[in-house]
Write a protein that binds this ligand. Structure first.
Ligand code: PLP
Length: 401
């Protein structure tokens, strides 16, 4: 086995560097605990949008979904995705040429990196960041080079930290934009500098935009592929999991220019096989329904505020208002290590949250909470209150209050 894969020995069943998977989570729930560690909107409550539910049922009744779609995805789905991209990014792309549908964006991210990396190459990844973005480089025989980002900069990427880590082996940068776990959106000015750096050093950018659909406070969202010189060197990876709350459908997509896409089209059947046909019909309905995203943005905008109001003034906790999506990122360093605090919450509040450490070196002293778990706000609030009570108790034990 290669060194990258060996590092994951134990996979789901032992302690692993992945943030939120594992038998431990299922057992915790079986024992009556709540899981707010999976980045899965409204988990564990049933929540398929009605148009999507009906389209899925209709597709099954029709009988066709026992068959494959094309390995790159059904043309009708790619057409809807192209319309969605035009609406959000203002770019017109050819659905017959520039889009590959993947079974979720986790496999899409690995696929996006594969054609570009040789053994020993280096990949720049902002830290904190999505754990898979560090791990994927290692799985492919390359090395993830952590680029620290700091709360005092609102986690924007410092160009001097990039320059310091640039070597002859640097081939790629992978960013999650908006970021998981911090929820921060990289600002246009920051992205412009990043783009200049990437073009000047002839790098490829893989941009994970899984959380792009819900941005708050009117913050401008810019897809880096739209910046000068970037279209031909960016693979953009998106998903219906987070924005549409359809993580179980496993429908995601990547897009890039013709030259890159040639390779993805050629290898799609080898790498991803084909996306799920039943889900394809649900995804088409989701993309055609203009009411889903605005309605969810409203719910999520409120949810992050409620989470902030309850948890933000807990002794020993420093929390910022989330800029996007379904997560909250808390600095709990005054109370203990990330492992200690997450463990304390699991034991005393009976809620599973994420330790910060799988998100990189900057994740120490932090925890991540998926504040958009549970459909009903009151159900989430009850868990926020339990977490707050547990942390207040911990603060007392530490003599902070
Ligand atoms: C930042 C980020 N990207 C991608 C994914 C993968 O999501 P999916 O495979 O459901 O599209 C996740 C899942 O948690 C994520 O947090």
């Amino acid at each position: 086995m290669t060194a990258g894969f060996c590092r994951l020995q134990g996979g789901l069943f032992l302690e692993s560097k992945k943030a939120d998977v594992g038998e431990g989570a299922s057992q915790f729930q079986k024992d009556g605990g709540d899981n707010m560690a999976w980045a899965d909107m409204f988990y564990p409550d049933p929540s398929i949008p009605e148009t999507v539910r009906l389209a899925t049922l209709e597709a099954v009744a029709d009988g066709f979904p026992s068959h494959y779609t094309l390995p790159v995805g059904l043309p009708e789905l790619r057409k809807e995705i192209a319309a969605h991209i035009e609406k959000k990014d203002g770019i017109k792309i050819d659905p017959g040429r520039n889009i590959v549908v993947t079974p979720g964006s986790d496999s899409g991210l690995l696929f996006a990196m594969m054609p570009f990396l040789d053994f020993g190459d280096e990949v720049l990844v902002p830290d904190p960041g999505y754990p898979n973005n560090f791990l994927n480089a290692e799985l492919l025989g390359a090395h993830a080079i952590h680029v620290p980002t700091y709360p005092e900069d609102n986690y924007q990427i410092r160009m001097d930290e990039m320059e310091k880590r640039l070597t002859k082996k640097t081939k790629m940068m992978v960013i999650t934009h908006p970021n998981n776990p911090t929820t921060v959106v990289y600002r246009k000015e920051n992205l412009k500098k990043l783009a200049e750096f990437i073009v000047a050093n002839d790098l490829i950018l893989v941009c994970d935009q899984a959380f792009e659909d819900h941005i708050f406070d009117g913050i401008e969202f810019v897809s880096p592929c739209t910046l000068p010189g970037m279209w031909e060197r960016t693979v953009t990876v998106c998903s219906l999991s987070k924005g549409y709350g359809l993580s179980g459908y496993r429908i995601a997509y990547l897009y890039a220019d013709d030259k890159i896409m040639d390779v993805f089209y050629g290898s799609a059947v080898n790498v991803v096989g084909a996306p799920c046909t039943i889900s394809t019909y649900g995804a088409i309905a989701a993309l055609k329904d203009d009411t889903i995203l605005p309605a969810y943005t409203e719910i999520l905008e409120r949810r992050r505020r409620v989470a902030y109001d309850i948890l933000g003034n807990t002794p020993g906790v420093r929390m910022r208002m989330s800029e996007s999506g379904i997560l909250s990122w808390l600095d709990v360093g005054e109370l203990g290590s990330s492992q200690e605090v997450a463990g304390y919450i699991a034991k005393h509040a009976k809620v599973l949250v994420n330790q910060g450490t799988p998100y990189g070196e900057q994740g120490e002293n932090h925890i991540r909470i998926v504040t958009a778990c549970f459909k009903k706000e009151q159900d989430a609030v009850r868990r926020f209150m339990r977490i707050k009570e547990a942390l207040t108790q911990l603060a007392r034990e530490k003599d902070i209050v």
